[in-house]
Design a protein. Structure first.
Length: 251
């Protein structure tokens, strides 16, 4: 039985892909203003890219900022993400500090946290177990990002399946294409994973070559797509208004 969960506008893992918009501002005021803007947009989820936040290593500041984001988002879900530099993020972080941040975010009101699967595979599995046992209700999206290449179809499916095995509630994979076949391989891997895994799958082929992967989730089974409302957090993101229209047509 597939594990799915409710969003404001539908079930994550069923139907059309849910739209997620990133918040990449550096200051608390900028972050809160962006959250207010996102609340008015036709999106399901806001992703706080906390690796851009200027006070990210001050726990009290993080929790206060997160509380303000949640209040301003209304019923939209909040995904907390500290993307490490090794996977394309804004800064480096010690693993202990990384996992601590995610635990604090989960207890502080985030609906989902993004855990990089291969920062420390064993530790990630342990942290997923801790979050589940904490009773916070926060879900975990395990992730992996390759900004250099696209692995083989079999390897991409293996990585997504490994995220499920580690206990994640959703599995995310982002890769960089070097040719058209790479994009097709990502789409095939998504179909296979969506049909065989019990957790929702989120995938994307980055850059302009991979844009098609961001708009065809209804076909491949990718449960979420990232769109931009101002500054994008990854190459190839489509403005949210355009994305909403595209999904109406394709969904």
């Amino acid at each position: 039985m597939n594990r799915v969960f409710q969003t404001e506008t539908g079930i994550f893992g069923e139907g059309a892909p849910k739209i997620c918009v990133p918040i990449v501002e550096k200051s608390r005021e900028g972050i809160w203003k962006k959250a207010e803007d996102i609340e008015k947009l036709p999106v399901d989820i806001a992703e706080w890219r906390a690796d851009f936040y200027e006070d990210i290593f001050r726990t009290e500041e993080v929790l206060e900022t997160l509380k303000g984001i949640k209040m301003r988002l209304g019923r939209k879900l909040l995904l907390f993400t500290f993307r490490t530099a090794r996977e394309g993020g804004n800064r480096s972080v010690d693993p202990d500090a990384y996992y601590h941040l995610n635990r604090e975010a989960a207890s502080g009101g985030a609906d989902l946290v993004d855990l990089e699967t291969y920062l420390d595979e064993t530790r990630t599995a342990e942290e997923i177990g801790k979050l589940r046992a904490s009773g916070s209700g926060c879900l975990v999206m395990a992730s992996n990002h390759d900004f250099q290449k696209t692995p083989s179809t079999e390897e991409m499916v293996r990585r997504l399946r490994r995220m499920e095995e580690l206990g994640a509630d959703a599995a995310k994979l982002a890769v960089m294409p070097t040719n058209r076949q790479d994009v097709l391989n990502l789409l095939q891997a998504t179909v296979t994973a969506a049909e065989t895994l019990s957790v929702p799958v989120v995938t994307m082929s980055m850059g302009s070559m991979g844009v098609i992967s961001r708009i065809c989730g209804s076909l491949t089974g990718s449960a979420m797509t990232f769109a931009s409302a101002g500054e994008a957090s990854a190459p190839g993101q489509i403005p949210v208004e355009q994305m909403a229209e595209i999904l109406k047509i394709t969904g």
